[in-house]
Design a binder for this molecule. Structure first.
Ligand SMILES: Cc1cc2nc3c(=O)[nH]c(=O)nc-3n(C[C@H](O)[C@H](O)[C@H](O)COP(=O)(O)OP(=O)(O)OC[C@H]3O[C@@H](n4cnc5c(N)ncnc54)[C@H](O)[C@@H]3O)c2cc1C
Length: 438
């Protein structure tokens, strides 16, 4: 009987862990996936309105340029809904002043200008996005739009984000700005559940990994509640901040500890406001609103044949601030603002769902972790190299679409390839040091 419980342990059943396991199982390897929560999906999860219609309270939107997630939706026969976009897109400066998208286009030009800079150009070394923005000659309202975009998308204060990181991250997101193109009818969380179902008993929920012991040819894992498991290789498929909380014996190499410590979790709150009908369309509005008196607040129409609804995101410092004020405050603030922007019917909502991801117990936050150490250029490469037989993977580390569901699938597949290569060299090492190899 083998001394191993399995070939590979995967820690985390988000899209990264599920995709890694899927790829490994497809090659005939034995895999056990350990997930701390009582559900799969990680930062992809769902909840039901009172009439049973389910919505994605975490990751949701996908687009044609994301081949891996598009293939998964086809594999599991899921139906896509096109995100309604027709009509005017509002920029809401305050309760009196509204415009239809001009400063958004101008602010996007700042983003494009930044992305033309080589992330390794010494000219931007040590600069945060905020410090770089201060050197630009754009009008203050356009700069405010850029700040709102950065804080709304990366969900950290602009003064914390290294410009090189922002550029490098953005360059790997090759979707021409249409990331909101589709959402999955019946939720993208159901895609994660379908993928998990293919693993059968290889998946263990409610199992948090607290400690990993590694040797040259094996790893043992102490689970909080399921005893000790032994495998040849392990993938920690959790965001860097969460991965940094697992204890290692022996301790990880210092550069790897530093690399995992270079990140902070994003802060985001996601809400759905349900209506009888998409009343904003009567006035030629798309339902898409971006606020400018507060930065990081954004609403968009996600109505489908099944329900009329707006999704509202609060991201970055505003989410951190509002999270502390409680659900009642946030709900009344959102409804008040929707009434101002879209009209009095904004107050006639029929249901409201809120998911506060700030300091989430198992993902730390969202949309993703962000590097906040301006000197940590090598952090991603160091984490990706890992400390075999311990490997690390997360959406954040993907070669394409980092911080997106697509990136999680890419990262999972990349980690699976790395593990297969490591297993091959492990076999060679065992042969070399075995009875014949001396
Ligand atoms: C509100 C919100 C909206 C988003 N919107 C979109 C969107 O519209 N489109 C898009 O593409 N992306 C979106 N994202 C981002 C996307 O959801 C993530 O990039 C992606 O799901 C991350 O997957 P992952 O597997 O890398 O990490 P996670 O999903 O975080 O999975 C990691 C898993 O590891 C588990 N875990 C952590 N520590 C341990 C431990 N010690 N032991 C065992 N298990 C552990 C966690 O419970 C979790 O299940 C959104 C995210 C959020 C939060």
């Amino acid at each position: 009987m083998s001394e191993f419980d399995t070939d590979v342990i995967v820690v985390g059943a988000g899209f990264t862990g599920l995709s890694a396991a899927d790829a490994l199982v497809a090659t005939g390897l034995d895999v056990i996936v350990l997930e701390a929560r009582d559900r799969v999906g990680g930062r992809v999860e769902s909840a039901a309105f009172s009439d049973g219609v389910r919505v994605d309270t975490g990751g949701q939107f996908i687009c044609d340029e994301m081949p891996e997630i598009m293939a998964l939706t086809r594999r599991f026969g899921k139906v896509l809904a096109e995100t309604p976009m027709e009509g005017a897109f509002l920029i809401q400066w305050d309760s009196q002043s509204t415009e239809t998208g001009f400063t958004f286009a101008e602010s996007s030009r700042i983003r494009a200008r930044a992305n033309r800079i080589d992330p390794h150009d010494p000219i931007i070394a040590g600069l945060t996005a905020e410090a770089w923005l201060a050197r630009q000659s754009d009008p203050p309202d356009v700069k405010a739009g850029y700040q709102a975009m950065v804080e709304g998308l990366w969900c950290r204060p602009i003064g914390e984000i290294p410009l090189w990181y922002l550029i490098d991250n953005d360059r790997r997101t090759t979707s021409n700005g249409n990331e909101l193109q589709y959402f999955v009818e019946g939720t993208i969380h159901a895609v994660a559940e379908a993928l998990a179902a293919t693993l059968g008993p290889r998946l263990q929920l409610d199992t948090d990994v607290t400690h990993i012991a590694r040797r040259d040819l094996s790893v043992t894992v102490a689970t909080g509640n399921r005893g000790v498991l032994k495998a040849r290789q392990i993938i920690v498929a959790a965001p860097p901040v969460m991965a940094s909380r697992i204890a290692h014996e022996p301790a990880l190499p210092q550069p790897l500890i530093d690399a995992l410590g270079a990140w902070k979790s994003g802060t985001v709150i996601k809400m759905f406001v349900r209506y009888e009908r998409p009343f904003w369309r009567d006035r030629g509005l798309s339902g898409m609103v971006m606020w400018r008196d507060v930065l990081g607040l954004f609403a968009c129409d996600v109505s489908s044949d099944r329900a009329a609804a707006l999704v509202v995101f609060v991201g970055g410092p505003l989410a951190a601030q509002w999270s502390g004020k409680g659900a009642g405050f946030i709900r009344s603030e959102i409804i008040r603002r929707l009434v101002v922007a879209l009209g009095s019917e904004g107050g006639d909502y029929t249901d409201f769902r809120m998911r506060d991801w700030v300091d989430d117990r198992w993902s730390g936050g969202g949309y993703s972790d962000v590097i906040t150490d301006v000197s940590a250029y090598a952090a991603e490469a160091i984490i990706r190299a890992g400390a075999p037989p311990v490997h690390f993977a997360a959406s954040e580390l993907a070669s394409s679409f980092p911080a997106y569901i697509e990136g999680a699938i890419v990262a999972g597949r990349e980690a699976a390839l790395q593990v297969m290569a490591a297993l091959k060299s492990q076999v060679q090492m065992a042969e070399a040091t075995g009875p014949l190899g001396g």
